[in-house]
Design a protein around this ligand. Structure first.
Ligand code: ASP
Length: 469
């Protein structure tokens, strides 16, 4: 019997053919009797996480609006529970990505297939990111969020966040140049890359090793692949265990964020926040739905329903990297995407594909420029499309990465105006965490959509006689 993470806590139980590892997974999770028990008295994990999220928001709002100091202190003091959980799930990322990529690559059987999947993935990622930035720009021109700020609101933001803004600019200065990013993809020492959790060099080495393993004689190959397959499945079991704690972590994370979050900031930046949110919603509703319908040939609504858990976790953790184990599990078990595609497309996506971040960068840049320098020419806007697309590739899948990389985009736009990027960052820092949560949910949705699109195109390639799938 096969029981996925998501089916453990809900009906109906999905029964699929057994593999040894799947049997292990089901053993490690529940028996059929347990499932019946769960379905009678327990809620779906997804529902539990949603409730935790709502409770966290309500508790945080109560503490914030009514200024209940002990509640704020309590919420802030339990935040480490959430942080511990993020560390737990992040702990699985490196072994999971490494093992799963090796298994995925080694079982491709044909190295040209890897090149094909790789180039399709990169083109798709760049295209959807450029569309996201364009949506952000169109919206900013339409809504003009920066033109609606009151001078008092502006002054308050500037004085509150200027120092923090400057520290973000300093962090951005440490970001490596593009050529170094490319060179750094080739690890001098793969063990050091694994130890440091540097995703691109890990991906590079795992693919290289996987390709070499696929060139070995069958007995040798099966031995190594069997080992990594086992490691991969053990990671899935760990994810399953860790996910049981997710509702508590979500409550702890959200409660503290909302308790600290000043609602006054929200009111002065409301138009900007709403513009980003509408942009993100449009990107999901239009770009991803069309891609799913016409490229992946899947029902978008059914697809989004299956990935709700991943979106919630991305939202709560603000980190594509921390969400990656669940993203991979969901792709394989819930969406039925083949490992050879998901093991490559998803870790790469968590690292380089950030549509939500790119869209946010476009709106944020336009907002800051509208406030600080007035109107922005079309040429500068085209520059924003390019830099925001590239900058989002450079953003790591961790909380707040987007705002640090935003400095790079801002420097281009504000160049020659004599305005310090820190002044721009100071304007929007107060609402960054909330937007980070939303853009991260879009980032992971984009990665999963890409996996479905690439898998479909591989399938069609095979149908046209392009070799085994
Ligand atoms: N937190 C985002 C992510 O992990 C990156 C960002 O800050 O936009 O996907």
């Amino acid at each position: 019997m096969w029981v996925s993470l998501h089916t453990v806590l809900k009906v109906p139980v999905v029964v699929r053919p057994v593999t040894a590892s799947q049997a292990l997974l089901s053993w490690a999770t529940v028996t059929r009797a347990d499932v019946d028990h769960y379905t009678a008295v327990d809620m779906q994990l997804y529902t539990k996480i949603t409730i935790a999220l709502i409770l966290g928001v309500v508790a945080g709002l109560l503490a914030n609006i009514l200024d209940i100091d002990p509640l704020t202190r309590l919420l802030v003091s339990i935040e480490p529970i959430g942080t511990a959980w993020i560390r737990l799930i992040t702990m699985v990322v490196v072994p999971l990505v490494f093992a799963s990529l090796i298994v995925g690559t080694a079982s491709l059987g044909d190295i040209t297939k890897l090149g094909r999947i790789g180039s399709k993935t990169i083109v798709y990622y760049m295209a959807t990111t450029a569309i996201a930035v364009t949506i952000g720009l169109l919206l900013s021109n339409l809504v003009q969020p920066g033109a609606r700020m009151s001078p008092e609101g502006l002054e308050a933001l500037r004085s509150n966040y200027m120092a923090e803004g400057a520290s973000r600019v300093e962090l951005a200065q440490d970001a490596p140049a593009l050529i170094d990013v490319l060179l750094n993809m080739i690890p001098r020492n793969p063990v050091a890359a694994l130890a440091a959790g540097d995703m691109l060099p890990i991906i590079f080495f795992a693919i290289f090793l996987g390709a070499a393993i696929s060139a070995l004689p069958m007995e040798r190959r099966d031995h190594i692949v069997g080992f990594f397959d086992g490691l991969n499945e053990a990671c899935m079991v760990m994810i399953h265990w860790i996910m049981k704690l997710a509702p508590y972590a979500v409550f702890a994370l959200i409660g503290a964020v909302i308790a600290r979050f000043g609602l006054d900031v929200l009111s002065s930046l409301l138009v900007y926040v709403v513009a980003v949110l509408i942009g993100l919603a449009l990107h999901v509703a239009i770009t991803y739905s069309l891609a799913l319908k016409f490229l992946a040939r899947r029902n978008p609504l059914a697809f989004f329903r299956k990935i709700r858990g991943v979106q919630l976790i991305a939202f709560s953790t603000s980190s594509s990297n921390a969400t990656l184990p669940l993203t991979m599990e969901t792709a394989e078990d819930e969406l039925g995407i083949e490992k050879e595609v998901s093991s490559f497309v998803l870790p790469l996506g968590a690292t380089i594909n950030m549509d939500g971040t790119a869209l946010y960068q476009a709106v944020a840049t336009m907002f800051i420029a509208q406030v600080l320098i007035g109107d922005i020419s079309l040429t500068v806007q085209l520059g924003i499309v390019l830099t925001a697309t590239l900058a989002s590739i450079g953003a790591a899948g961790v909380p707040s990465a987007g705002i640090i990389i935003l400095v790079v985009v801002l420097e281009g736009v504000l160049a020659g105006s004599g305005i310090d990027p820190a002044a721009g960052i100071a304007l929007i820092l107060g609402v960054d965490r909330i937007l980070d949560m939303c853009r991260t949910a879009v980032n992971v949705t984009g990665d999963l959509t890409a996996a479905a699109v690439i898998e479909r195109s591989e399938y069609e390639h095979a149908l046209r006689g392009g070799g085994a799938r």
